[in-house]
Write a protein that binds this ligand. Structure first.
Ligand SMILES: [Zn+2]
Length: 176
C-alpha cells in the first residue's frame, strides 16, 4: 500500500507540502479531507490583434497610436484606439499620439497578473494627451507612490525588445 499524502489543517502547511512533494490533504474545520495536488500547467495562446494591429506594430517603432473619428462633424480622438467612434459610430483613422501627457489618475497595485508579478507593487496610470478626448491606461514606472500627483507631466518609454504586447509601453515622470 502506498503512503497517503500528509494531512494538514492549515493551508499554509498544505502549500509548503505542495512545494516539496506536490501532494497533500487539507482537513477543514468540519473534518472533511480534500486531496490537493500540484502540477505544472502551460498553454500557448494564438492571438490575432485584428484591427488593433497598427497599435502594437507602432509600439515596436516607439510610437503611440490613437484613433480619430472620420466624421467631419465629430472628429472625436481616442487615446485608446477604437475601430469605430463610440460617440457617433463612424469608422476611425489612425493618428500619432504625443509621447508626452499628464497624469489624470493612478492607482498602486499590490496584486498583479503573471506578467506584472516581478514588478509588483506597480502603478497603473490614466494618461491624458493634448488633443485627445479619452485616456490611456498604462503602467507608470521610475517613481515612488509619494512622488506621484494628478497633473504630473509624464512621458512614454518603449521596450527596446518589443513583445508586441501592451507591456511594450510604459510612462515615467518627465524629468527636468
Ligand atoms: Zn464620431
Amino acid at each position: 500500500m502506498t503512503t497517503r499524502p500528509p494531512v494538514f489543517s492549515k493551508f499554509r502547511e498544505v502549500q509548503e507540502e505542495l512545494g516539496l512533494s506536490g501532494r497533500a490533504i487539507y482537513r477543514d474545520a468540519n473534518g472533511i479531507d480534500s486531496l490537493i495536488i500540484r502540477y505544472p500547467y502551460s498553454i500557448n495562446y494564438i492571438h490575432s490583434y485584428a484591427e488593433d494591429t497598427e497599435f502594437f506594430l507602432a509600439l515596436a517603432d516607439g510610437k503611440l497610436k490613437g484613433s480619430k473619428c472620420t466624421r467631419k462633424s465629430c472628429r472625436t480622438v481616442y487615446a485608446t484606439p477604437r475601430g469605430h467612434c463610440m460617440a457617433c459610430g463612424a469608422p476611425t483613422e489612425w493618428i500619432d499620439l504625443p509621447l508626452r501627457g499628464r497624469l489624470h489618475s493612478w492607482t498602486t497595485c499590490h496584486y498583479g497578473s503573471e506578467a506584472f508579478l516581478k514588478e509588483t507593487p506597480y502603478n497603473l496610470a490614466m494618461v491624458e494627451f493634448e488633443g485627445a478626448d479619452s485616456l490611456l491606461l498604462v503602467r507608470l514606472k521610475e517613481c515612488v507612490e509619494s512622488e506621484i500627483y494628478i497633473g504630473m507631466p509624464v512621458e512614454a518609454r518603449f521596450d527596446p525588445e518589443p513583445k508586441y504586447s501592451i507591456t511594450d509601453v510604459w510612462f515615467v515622470p518627465k524629468r527636468g
